[in-house]
Ligand binder design. Structure first.
Ligand code: SAH
Length: 246
């Protein structure tokens, strides 16, 4: 029986791959990968390594999570070194925990190899520090997938009144609802926010606005994209360093 490496691929820039991830990729017999993992990484694999794509397209799951779990398991029965490569960090909205539990229940050994999450690195490449002395003492990473108007929401919207930074992943399609909800709980309509698309890649684009105009400004932004809400966004003016609109 093989071992599975639940591996973070980083956010896009291939040089943000960890040395540990690179090592297991080079040794892999099979790599099971997602859309968000930069495909250039696969070129690092050895000859004869098998590639299995289990990504999503336009938000539609090509392969449901249960089937992905089973694909990983079946490959672990077949191969010695199985790499499950996921965008960013495997435990930040990556469902890596579910995959690990599935393997655990079937007595398959696994390692977790953290990756650089887009939640922090895309803002960094946009010149936005998620914390900053005197501006934000904490940051949260929140799913934007859930509609803010859902009854019995698990998201503690009322606690978002502070100036701490909020990063929404998977939230672009819900941006109108998210910005409206934040204004409903009392944030100013001029409160700063940004949308970062394809962060850390050569196609990175950044739109800066306020809760009241970000929807209009970001309406044509391609995915993957995340939303940063907070006064730290204003630091971009001084700190932008990367990409075309730097
Ligand atoms: N495990 C990943 C996140 C998976 S959820 C991580 O740690 O980064 C997928 C969401 O991540 C996308 O909907 C988008 O909001 C965000 N995302 C991933 N890569 C991104 C990138 N390069 N630029 C901007 N957002 C990105």
């Amino acid at each position: 029986m093989g071992k599975v490496y639940l591996t973070g691929a980083g956010p896009g820039d291939i040089e943000l791959l960890t040395l540990k991830a690179l090592k297991v990729i080079k040794e892999a017999d099979v790599i099971i990968y997602d859309r968000l993992a930069n495909p250039d990484i696969l070129e690092e694999a050895k000859d004869g390594c098998e590639f299995v794509y289990v990504g999503k397209e336009d938000g539609k799951h090509i392969v449901p999570q249960d089937d992905i779990n089973e694909v990983i398991y079946q490959n672990a029965l077949k191969y010695e070194n199985v790499v499950r490569l996921k965008g960013g960090d495997p435990f930040v909205f990556g469902r890596g925990g579910e995959e690990a539990i599935y393997l655990l229940e079937r007595n398959i050994k696994f390692d977790i190899i953290p990756g650089i999450t887009s939640a922090v690195s895309a803002p960094a490449y946009a010149g936005i520090p998620v914390t900053h002395r005197g501006v934000a003492v904490s940051f949260r990473v929140v799913t934007g997938h859930e509609s803010p108007h859902k009854k019995e929401s698990q998201i503690p919207w009322e606690t978002f009144k502070t100036d701490d930074t909020i990063v929404f992943l998977m939230g672009l399609h819900n941006l109108p609802k998210i910005s409206k909800k934040l204004m409903e709980i009392g944030k100013d309509s001029n409160y700063p926010c940004a949308v970062i698309s394809k962060g850390t890649t050569k196609d990175q684009s950044v739109v800066v606005g306020t809760l009241s105009d970000i929807v209009e400004k970001a309406k044509d932004v391609p995915t993957p994209a995340l939303i940063v809400v907070g006064k730290v966004v204003l630091l971009r003016e001084q700190l932008k360093w990367f990409g075309e609109n730097a």
